[in-house]
Design a protein. Sequence first.
Length: 322
Amino acid sequence: MAEEIDITPPAPLVVEIAAGYGVPNGGGGGGTVTVNVGSTTTGAPGSNAQVTNTGTSQAVVLAFTIPRGDTGATGPQGPAGATGLQGPQGAQGATGPTGPTGATGPQGPAGTAATVNVGSTTTGAAGSTATVTNSGNTSAAVFEFTIPRGDTGATGPQGPTGATGPQGPQGATGQTGPTGATGATGPQGPAGPNSVSGSTTTALNGLLAGDGSTVSVATIGAGLTFSAGQLAVSGVALTTPQALTISQMRQLRTNAMRGSNPTLTYTNGVLTSIEYGDGSTATLSYTNGFLTQTAYTVGTRTLRKVFTYSNNQLVSVTETLI
């Protein structure tokens, strides 16, 4: 009969899990997983070594079954007993008892003791199953542990709003839309301080009444002149004396805008000048995408408007006659 092998369990193996990591089967985040060696059982010769967890996923108790070593070789035959004297031929007697068993042969060499070691410990994906695999063999086991990561914690409170970034560059001006339908003609405005009749001797003592129509040579006559400081006519060419006021320039601009369709000029997609049917013009200037100045010119006089902004808001408009 083979001799029993006494295997004394080693000291408990403790695996520390860093805070924030979970334990198998969805345990709470962070904690300690302990691994202890439980019972050690001798298995049949030639059977496979086995390791089972008789504890829990947090308090692991490993039960080992280690196969018994193979039976040693049979010892040599014991020496034969001395031959007795030849007795007389007797009657056939009953079968004698079995002779004594020979002496036990010498103890065979001890088998190699099985070993168990801990290999690597890997953090698995959250929600995965914990695993323990043997990367060694049945006689020299090396356990590789995979412990899943804990579930992601709840989202923290929203951080404060960051500072407003700098204003982006001026975007490209879109294409000019189609010209809208011509609106209905408005009601006839009141007559100006003077009206031109068919006579060539009409005296004008004030501004020429403007309704957007064209005054022909036949209407005004060649050489018609106005009082000093007002419009002067030489044939059909109108000039602007220096004495025009801002209010008069505004009226001239209004009359020009009511006239025939103006000619619009764009630069890089932005409206920069307007030429009206009566020969007056308007130019527009921009800074960082904002309209900052307009200049309406009749003859040698210009009515300039300057627009002032603060924090991208229009705060003032100044008119100057130059």
